[in-house]
Design a protein around this ligand. Structure first.
Ligand SMILES: Cc1cc2nc3c(=O)[nH]c(=O)nc-3n(C[C@H](O)[C@H](O)[C@H](O)COP(=O)(O)O)c2cc1C
Length: 275
């Protein structure tokens, strides 16, 4: 715990909490809903949370009014939680233990929030198991450093870089096809799309959500437009951003996609007019 708390933290705020799971039935339940059996059997199982609840309480305790900074709180609290959790994991590894982050908590976020009685302002980032390894796996491959490190500006990715990456990472999967394994998570129909609505619901429930429309309206105003119109159009939606002398439209499968396109048009126009 000392090593976790030694991690650097934004603005001294320490926006994270660890929930240590010691109740065997709670551990089993969470292992089941996250489909990670080792959460039940590891020596230590923690849920690492982004946490601005305590920060809000501290400020209110001294009579301050807590700010509305939902997007920034998600950004900084997850950063703090990851730094502290990874510090704990490295410390454990230095002592001869091994551990594993468990992103599987995202598949059952709402249940975990309820089971752990997490107040608004606390969001599980991931689980973390720590224990004595009963196997000694080989070091696994990583991407070539050339696609990770950039000098001054972001280097465009060439097809040859992508091929090298896929070849280097192939041994990480049993079938030797890393793209196929990535697709199971990140392609359309994959695990991440299943997790997405659960996360969105939980972000709203725990006080971290910023509505697409709020953010898009802020962009609309910043581009000098004051009105929005969204309506159904064909199989999708049409959106317009409007001011007395100009309007820009966009089409999309969802209201926010249509609105985003209209706002992007308005922003391009504002940039050209300014330039
Ligand atoms: C945020 C995060 C979430 C992860 N989620 C899971 C998980 O749900 N289940 C699991 O068995 N491993 C999980 N892992 C472990 C990774 O799969 C593992 O670190 C990765 O495969 C690389 O292995 P290596 O560190 O030995 O190279 C997660 C790791 C991270 C950083």
């Amino acid at each position: 715990m000392y090593c976790a708390q030694a991690a650097p933290t934004d603005a001294t705020a320490q926006m994270y909490s660890f929930v240590r799971l010691t109740d065997p039935s709670l551990r089993s339940k969470i292992a089941e809903v996250t489909a990670n059996a080792h959460m039940a059997t590891a020596s230590e199982t923690l849920i690492v949370c982004a946490d601005v609840h305590r920060l809000q309480k501290l400020l209110e305790h001294r009579g301050y009014v807590y700010g509305d900074w939902r997007a920034a709180s998600l950004h900084f609290a997850i950063g703090d939680a990851v730094l502290a959790g990874q510090n704990a994991l490295i410390a454990a590894e230095c002592l001869g233990y091994q551990g594993c982050w468990i992103g599987g908590v995202l598949s059952a976020l709402d249940e975990i929030v309820t089971l752990l009685e997490l107040p608004r302002g606390v969001l599980p980032f991931a689980g973390l198991t720590i224990g004595v390894p009963d196997e000694d796996p080989p070091v696994r491959p990583r991407l070539q450093p050339e696609v990770i490190w950039h000098d001054n500006t972001y280097k465009p990715l060439e097809p040859s870089d992508l091929e090298t990456a896929l070849t280097r990472m192939a041994p990480i999967t049993a079938r030797g096809d890393w793209a196929q394994s990535l697709a199971r998570y990140f392609a359309t129909g994959g695990t991440m799309e299943q997790r997405e609505p659960v996360l969105r619901r939980t972000l709203e429930r725990q006080g971290f959500a910023v509505s697409d429309v709020d953010a898009l309206y802020e962009r609309t105003e910043a581009a000098g437009y004051a009105e929005l119109l969204i309506r159904r159009g064909g199989a999708g939606f049409q959106a317009w951003v409007d001011r007395p002398d100009r309007a820009h439209g966009g089409d999309g499968a969802t209201p926010s996609e249509a609105l985003r396109k209209a706002v992007e048009e308005a922003e391009r126009d504002a940039l050209e007019t300014r330039g």
